[in-house]
Design a protein. Structure first.
Length: 237
């Protein structure tokens, strides 16, 4: 068992909680929809692209990584620990390209004091990413995190989310673009393939039919992510 950020060797690795749980779960995580967030920058493109972080764009670990792209230190449980990060192949080029076509939002279920440091390295001048959204803006239900796109205040016809765990966007499945989880394969080319598809969405009046045609995510989330299936409870608020 690799020592992923947030998990000791004795803990079972759960792909829905991996890097997001390197600290204790906050006591107050709303089980309902969070308030709509204020945008940090003026909108410059008609379509917003929301990107997950861990195992979608990067892979982080506490294990010493000689071939990592960078590392940084975090304070966790009264200790200073070093996080080693690998960037998914073609990440810098991918971010430069998509930031010229869409407003880019990073929406991660990771803790802000971990993800903020990481994003400061990926986008030090804050010229690529318009907004950073963290765990406290997720919906927490029965041990799992959901990402509700409505908190971003965008027209759902003009927003899409890329995530390696499709279950997290089950509230707006037609806006979701799945991507394979990445743990360090240097031959991976998923971001290049994704970029080719995203280019076809530029200028679309509604991205959802195009996403549906390409990916057709119609499977029953209750069978694959049972802990986060009670959608009706979320929609009662």
């Amino acid at each position: 068992m690799h020592n992923f950020v947030g998990f000791s060797d004795e803990e079972e690795y759960n792909q829905h909680l991996y890097v997001m749980s390197w600290q204790e779960l906050p006591q107050m995580v709303s089980p309902y929809r969070p308030f709509t967030l204020e945008r940090q920058l003026e909108k410059s493109f008609p379509i917003t692209l929301v990107l997950d972080l861990d195992e979608t764009l990067v892979h982080s670990s506490f294990d010493i990584c000689e071939d990592g792209d960078f590392s940084f230190q975090i304070h966790s449980k009264m200790q200073v620990q070093t996080v080693f990060v690998r960037q998914r192949p073609y990440l810098p080029m991918f971010l430069e390209a998509v930031s010229s076509m869409f407003d880019i939002v990073i929406f991660t279920a990771g803790q802000s004091n971990y993800a903020e440091l990481l994003l400061d390295i990926i986008d030090p001048n804050r010229t690529l990413i318009c907004q950073r959204v963290y765990r406290d803006s997720c919906v927490f239900v029965n041990g799992g995190y959901l990402k509700d796109l409505t908190i971003l205040g965008c027209d759902l016809a003009r927003i899409m989310i890329v995530d390696n765990t499709p279950q997290v966007f089950q509230l707006q499945v037609e806006n979701g673009i799945p991507i394979d989880s990445w743990f360090g394969d240097p031959e991976d080319s998923a971001l290049l393939s994704l970029l080719l598809f995203l280019e076809t969405l530029v200028g679309a009046d509604d991205v959802r039919p195009l996403i549906r045609k390409k990916y057709g995510l119609v499977f029953d989330f209750r069978l694959v992510f049972d802990k986060c299936s009670p959608r009706n409870d979320l929609r009662q608020v």
